[in-house]
Design a protein around this ligand. Structure first.
Ligand SMILES: [Zn+2]
Length: 426
């Protein structure tokens, strides 16, 4: 019997069958390096400013990022749900945000009913929790989703860093007390730091304004000259503040240690907020405590922009030749380049049998073109088998200059998929 599932996978991994092709030039209508590289290499395609299609290579990266996020959220006790993008106007009127949320997309049905396209989901998740949670015994509860969000941004010139439609993970936590919320919030700081480092990014936890609901919130910023935000940070300890609220300035002494305060641009890849009881008051979200007394539930919310994270990774990891994907989020583990006529077919099947994700460039184009495109696409390991290498394989890491000769079994061992050891953070 033919296993079509397997064939489906097989076709995708042959570059001759890949739906997208690398473009000869960078797109003319993109300014940001992430959008330039991702578009040219065939990961994404712009539909309009801030709105992108994710193509086979790009979606594979997105799925890897999703997997890391799901693993960490589930390990924390998070339960995944999926809420709608279409929100009735009444829900947003209940919180007063129909008028005040400046980037809210508003639409009207044929019958004149008004909706918002969800930029965040407090207006949906809070009444949902009110249906199922009554007692202190039902708490705490952590609900999350990975879903498209919509924001009516005036400027959307940063590629995947600022989308009008973008993929986001949002988790909402519900607690009997501010104290319980506080300790979960601190736990989430550690989980986020670990999660971003699994995706290859070193983040700083940056104190920033809390908006309308709390005194402050925290952003997870990747410090890089291309970021949109300015961050004051201590060169010695982990003190950091967003410039918009900062109580320090460049050159000051750190309030925590004797270190010097420096300034850097940053890309925000995640944020966490304590919402307190604002939304539970709006929707009368109450629980009964041990004595039967009714109290408002305390809420926290925790976001990660997945498409933005993908853009940030490209901003950080690239060179003149193209993208350099961290192994954990790369679309494939290895890129096998055919330089002879079908010489690498056996190796390709051996790697597949060993469960290794490999993109096989079986196309009939020049060797030079193949190698240039491989650098642009940025898969972490390049494998070449040719007359010169004999029975061995030339293995080159995308982030290194020199290559090594290895046997097939050495390559398989090197590429063996590793399972991540999830340690619960307490
Ligand atoms: Zn310090």
């Amino acid at each position: 019997m033919l296993d079509f599932g397997f064939l489906g996978i097989l076709w995708l991994m042959l570059q001759s069958r890949l739906f997208t092709k690398v473009a000869r030039n960078f797109p003319k209508d993109e300014e940001a390096i992430n959008a330039k590289l991702l578009t040219r290499a065939g990961f994404v395609e712009k539909v309009s400013a801030g709105v992108y299609s994710f193509l086979p290579l790009g979606l594979r990266v997105m799925r890897k990022i999703e997997t890391i996020i799901r693993e960490e959220m589930n390990a924390l006790g998070g339960m995944e749900i999926l809420m709608p993008a279409l929100h009735p106007k009444e829900n947003w009127e209940t919180t007063g945000r129909w008028k005040t949320f400046d980037v809210l997309y508003k639409i009207k049905s044929r019958e004149g009913k008004e909706f918002a396209l969800g930029p965040t989901h407090e207006e949906i998740v809070v009444p949902l929790v009110a249906k199922f949670v009554n007692s202190y015994k039902d708490l705490p509860v952590y609900l999350y989703q990975i879903q498209d969000k919509f924001r009516d941004e005036l400027r959307a010139k940063s590629g995947l860093l600022r989308g009008r439609e973008f993929l986001m993970k949002d988790l909402y936590s519900f607690h009997t007390s501010e104290g319980d919320l506080d300790s979960f919030y601190e736990k989430m700081k550690k989980v986020y730091t670990k999660l971003f480092s699994r995706a290859g990014l070193k983040t700083r936890i940056v104190k920033s304004s809390g908006g309308t609901f709390s005194k402050y919130s925290h952003e997870f910023q990747v410090l890089t000259p291309v970021g949109e935000d300015a961050v004051f940070y201590c060169e010695k300890c982990d003190f950091a503040e967003n410039k918009e609220i900062a109580e320090v300035k460049e050159g000051d002494k750190c309030p925590n240690c004797a270190g010097k305060i420096r300034v850097s641009q940053g890309i925000e890849v995640g944020n966490i907020f304590k919402l307190g009881t604002k939304f539970s008051k709006d929707f009368e979200l109450l629980y009964k405590d041990e004595k039967g007394k009714e109290n408002h539930i305390s809420i926290g919310c925790y976001g990660i922009g997945l498409s933005r994270l993908m853009g940030a990774i490209v901003e950080i990891f690239h060179d003149e030749q193209g993208i350099i994907w961290p192994e954990t989020v790369a679309p494939f583990a290895a890129h096998l380049i055919e330089l002879g006529e079908g010489k690498s077919k056996k190796l390709y099947h051996d790697l597949q049998k060993a469960g290794i994700d490999v993109l096989y460039d079986d196309r009939n184009i020049s060797h030079g073109e193949k190698l240039t495109e491989a650098d642009l696409i940025g898969i972490p390991l390049r494998l070449v088998q040719s007359e010169k290498t004999g029975a061995k394989i030339e293995v080159k890491r995308r982030d290194e200059k020199d290559s090594k000769l290895m046997t097939v079994s050495q390559v398989i061992k090197l590429l063996q998929p590793t399972t991540y050891n999830l340690q619960t953070i307490t």
